[in-house]
Design a protein around this ligand. Sequence first.
Ligand SMILES: Cc1cc2nc3c(=O)[nH]c(=O)nc-3n(C[C@H](O)[C@H](O)[C@H](O)COP(=O)(O)OP(=O)(O)OC[C@H]3O[C@@H](n4cnc5c(N)ncnc54)[C@H](O)[C@@H]3O)c2cc1C
Length: 508
Amino acid sequence: MTARVHDFDMAVVGGGFAGSILAMVGRRLGKSVLLLERHRHPRFVIGESSTPLANLLLEEIALRHDLPRLLPFCKWGTWQQAYPSMACGLKRGFSFYHHGPGGNPWRPDPSRSRELLVAASPSDPIADTHWFRPQLDHFLFNEAAQLGAEAVEEARLDPPQFLPAGVRLSGHAPDGPFTARARWLFDATGPRGYLHQSLALPESIPPHFPATEAVFGHFHGVGRWENVRPPEGTVPFPPDDAALHHVFDEGWTWVLRFNNGLTSAGFARRASRPPHAPPELAWKQWLERCPDIAACFAHATPARPIAHLPRLSFRTTRAAGPSWLMLPVAAGFIDPLLSMGFPLTLLGILRISDALQRGDNPGFDALGKETLGDLDAGFGMVGALYEAMPAFDAFRNLLMLYFASAIWTETARRLGCPGRAPGFLLRHHPAYSDATAECIRLARLRRWPEVRERVGRVLGDFDLAGMGDPSRLHRHGCDAAPLLANAGRIGATPAQMSAMLARSGFVA
Ligand SMILES: Cc1cc2nc3c(=O)[nH]c(=O)nc-3n(C[C@H](O)[C@H](O)[C@H](O)COP(=O)(O)OP(=O)(O)OC[C@H]3O[C@@H](n4cnc5c(N)ncnc54)[C@H](O)[C@@H]3O)c2cc1C
């Protein structure tokens, strides 16, 4: 771009996966799009673990907007076939191991009181993935450019200038200064990003949510947990082919394996006070909390400097104006314990596409409020989980609440009836949201027996997949029987449920 003024329908600031996919959608809707990225791809970025809901939303975006090159990314099997040279990780589900305050080896026990395995898919071909973001984001940025977005890397932007209708952007690109006008500005720059800073907006994390920090990196040579602690009995999936979580009293560790020899690993915990230890030392000290986890990293080497984010979670106070909108992760970021970033982002993109298809007045104010409402639902759930970390049984109970809402939402979408799962985490479903709010309130008071009892009641109405079945002893496979038996809860017949399971590859 040069110094002459360019006019666009949409300016998207931030060329991560969110900005690039939004730019593609904009192009498919016939809009002219400017996509501005501060760095040059490929660049390191964190945020890797997808979920069934994220993949359903990605699929919907790809199908609705004729973006067939996005479709293979929705499943492990199709990704391997279509893009074998792009790294990703196999994610069959969610593995949780409890370590309490730490310091001791992890010990299994017959009642499996210290573990939880939740399958997200019954087989590898239709499994979810961990996205190796340097490659994936690079691919998506190029796709947006291929579809006709004016895609500029190494763009340094000045604050926006708001016009009576639209916005004027100016800054510097490698080929010199530029100025552009756009009807709508979308901020996809992530937490504490472009608009939050330019507009000097305050932060407002919900009062009960703990301040958290994270230390993380990519590592070569990480050993498998299941080699150090082989699971006893039958497991629904190999615990390492998953988002592997180790839960301590004040935080948790994630381990996500890619198929290129790298592993993403880090921890999030209640924030410590400055001065902070150097990240390498903080990581080493954290590993020492459990000799079994340390054994997995005994021969591991960082592929890049270990990073420290002293303030992990974030929520802005205003996510939209007449001509601008923040994407969900620019509006707020919830600790990654439940991998909510991708589904929130993709849901946000679908809402923008709905709004742009409705006509010239996209109604950003309503979208902004919806975005902040979604984030608050996530903060409520993850905040309660932090409270429950020292009481793993309660932690598992609360997770059941989350998984019940996630499976309900996925099932509604797979049935072709997304309206039966209103709002992110069913937050617009009065019965579910009222009951969940009560569970979260009780969790803040640490009244664990009441939490258990209330969660049991919610599951009585919303559990489609048999998560409340105690005979499973905390290992949940993908079992069709409860979905068929509980079809009526979500307004489906067993025949409709059966057809949906076959269509989705869950049963032969
Ligand atoms: C430690 C951690 C772990 C996470 N784990 C998960 C997970 O497992 N699953 C999950 O769903 N989510 C996770 N997330 C959240 C995840 O990172 C986000 O969902 C995801 O990255 C959002 O993508 P994005 O494109 O909106 O933002 P980003 O990936 O942050 O991309 C923003 C882009 O904007 C660019 N940019 C920034 N400022 C400017 C500017 N002023 N001008 C131009 N460009 C700019 C940046 O260079 C970057 O390329 C995690 C986050 C953290 C911090």
